[in-house]
Write a protein that binds this ligand. Structure first.
Ligand code: 13P
Ligand code: SF4
Length: 363
């Protein structure tokens, strides 16, 4: 087994050569799936790219023996759950997690469920469907699968909400309060019928009456990258460029989403700007690697793409997948050594797949 320490000090250029050579040797045995936030020096090696929904579909469609996932941990878990047992999902650096996904865990969600059941009783008029954003651990997807719940992504959240609301009157949405709130708002649910469940407070910090009156209980979680974007950034842009358009990811705050012209997943953001007329100007509220790449790609058409925040907002965990880790992973595969395989336990997979398949069917 090759030791990562031998790669740590290698230059990016040296790693690029090793990656290219290893990929040649592996051929179609390995496929590289890359999320849009991946850094340029890794993204250039991608076979397939996309947002979370697209990547989960792509993972389920590939026949490759190894799915090398350049993304974060929950994405590699999804790839493992959506592929066959003889395929292996690999995350080149196990430390590439998602800080938002870590804001909910099974112990806290089970306690929340018990407290909600105690507050709402058995009355069918008060029953709750759990919806987990795909940015969550596999055991939370399994929790939803076992309770008639479902998974959603940033690109299908509205239809998933519709699916849930025809089944039961209430929703527990975790872990991203912002995606839950914006989606509820899109579906006409008043803001005062969406309350925040604070998992660190007894009974979520809510009264029994607040729980009973709520349509959606929003887990108190957020993305540390998207919380950096502010309505004042949009106001400053509009004052300077009244003809410019603003596009944001739904993990941004409600105020940022409300002040934007377009809201959608990373794939949607890329598509809208690529299809926009030449010469247009855009302010984009999502991660910096995506925005910088897009700006470079559309510059020849005279389109100007600006990042929303004056400070650097990268997904620091996704950034951990670097050329050094990728070279180490691929060279090990060439030698027949699988490093950093992501394997979700079988029982968890069965329940989580149920919630994922419900989602894929609806969207
Ligand atoms: P997308 O599904 O839109 O790519 O979002 C994933 C994500 O983690 C955004 O922060
Ligand atoms: Fe998670 Fe935020 Fe990174 Fe997306 S940008 S993977 S939500 S930490």
């Amino acid at each position: 087994m090759r030791d990562f320490e031998d790669y740590r000090e290698l230059s990016d250029e040296a790693c690029q050569e090793l990656i290219n050579a290893a990929r040649k040797q592996l051929g179609s045995r390995a496929v590289l799936l890359c999320h849009h936030y991946q850094r340029a020096d890794v993204y250039q090696h991608a076979d397939l790219t996309g947002d979370s929904l697209k990547l989960s579909r792509l993972a389920s469609q590939t026949d490759a023996e190894y799915i090398v996932f350049c993304g974060v941990h929950f994405m590699a878990e999804v790839a493992d759950m959506m592929t066959k047992p003889n395929q292996t999902a690999i995350l080149p650096d196990l430390a590439a997690g998602c800080s938002m996904a870590d804001m909910a865990n099974l112990t806290k969600v089970e306690r929340c469920w018990r407290e909600l059941t105690a507050a709402l009783g058995e009355d069918p008029a008060n029953q709750v469907t759990p919806i987990t954003y795909i940015n969550s651990a596999a055991d939370l997807k399994a929790f939803c699968g076992d309770r008639g719940g479902i998974v959603c992504t940033s690109s299908n959240a509205p239809v998933i909400l519709d699916w849930a609301l025809v089944r039961r009157p209430k929703i527990l949405f975790f872990p991203d309060q912002h995606l839950g709130r914006w989606t509820g708002h899109q579906r006409g649910i008043p803001l005062d019928e969406m309350v925040v469940w604070d998992p660190d407070q007894p009974r979520g910090g809510l009264t029994q009456e607040q729980i009973r009156n709520a349509k959606i209980l929003l887990w108190k979680g957020h993305c540390s990258v998207h919380q950096m974007f502010q309505p004042s950034h949009i106001a400053a842009f509009r004052a300077k460029h009244p003809e410019g358009k603003v596009i944001s990811h739904p993990e941004c705050s409600f105020e940022v989403c409300a002040a934007s012209d377009y809201i959608g997943s990373t794939e949607y953001i890329v598509k809208i700007i690529k299809e926009a007329p030449a010469g247009t100007r855009w302010l984009v509220g999502t991660e910096l690697n995506l925005v910088e790449r897009l700006a470079r790609e559309v510059a020849p058409e005279g389109k100007i793409v600006q990042f929303m925040s004056p400070t650097v907002c990268m997904c620091s965990t996704m950034q951990r997948i670097d050329p050094q880790h990728l070279a180490w992973t691929l060279e090990n595969l060439v030698d027949g050594n699988v490093v950093n395989a992501i394997r979700v336990p079988e029982k968890e997979t069965a329940s989580a797949r149920l919630a994922m398949e419900r989602m894929l069917e609806v969207s």
